[in-house]
Design a protein around this ligand. Sequence first.
Ligand code: DGY
Length: 323
Amino acid sequence: MFKILITEPIPEKPISFLEEIGEVTVAPKGTYDTEEALISHIHAYDALLCMLSTPVTRNVLEAGKKLKIVANFAVGYDNIDIKAAQELNIKTANTPDVLTEACGDYAMGLLLALSRKLKEAENYLREGKFSGWEPLGFLGMELRDRTLGIIGMGRIGQAFAHRARAFGMNIIYLNRNRIEQTTEKELNAEFVEDLKELVSRSDVLSLNCPLTEETHHLIDEEILELMPNHALLVNISRGAVIDEEALAEALHDQKIAGAALDVFENEPQVHPKLLTAPNTLLLPHIASATYKTRDAIGMLAAEAIEGVLKGKPDSDIPNLIRR
Ligand code: DGY
């Protein structure tokens, strides 16, 4: 009988699905947040269903003597050493597509909350400071005719762009490759090849790229300097795409007007200077957190495990990571 490890509680549906094909262990949250914990137990398992916070390093994969597949409960997979997995003949899977709409909604929600200072205004009211309507209170940025610069125009970047178009924003983007002409036309989006140009033209800068060696600390002090003073930054990709120290300084010095951050470099820790930065929304990595999406993420990861354990050809498992 196959043994399957799920590193923390997930929705019931994928667990029941996996119980049909093997013995499933669901670990309590936090059990497998370290490499050491995984290394001591992974030898017993045929399949690992892990979180974006699970460090699936080369050492872990080498210790997984029976391991046939690692399925990430996430679309991003910077926590997995994909090269080592390929060398060790262990398949890997992620969960593209199913979280696109939830993340698109969420990015738009963050932008609306940030541009209209909703958090600060609500705090003001709760603190008993609301003394009546005021013409100069909580003035924010109106989105129509503003430019949204998107770094990473994959599925989620495009989902955000569609929503922003509906709010009358102009879209410019930077991506490894230019997107399809039809999509570009539909979004009236302009491909900008130069990061510095994109950043200096953006009223709102959105990060929707994967974390790779090239994107690590892509948004650093030099890039932040190029953002207009009124500009807002939205990040739902990975925290380490930003140099958080530099961002915190830029926010405190009001070199940019605000940031909405769903992700952090050292989750669950948040850079202490971000905690005190003005007009900054800090959220606990919840972009894909809807009932529907989390069920779908779990099922996609579980189906990849089923496919590999049952020996299906790779071509029948669409969400295997092929690089
Ligand atoms: C993912 O799946 O990579 C996202 O970070 C979830 O919000």
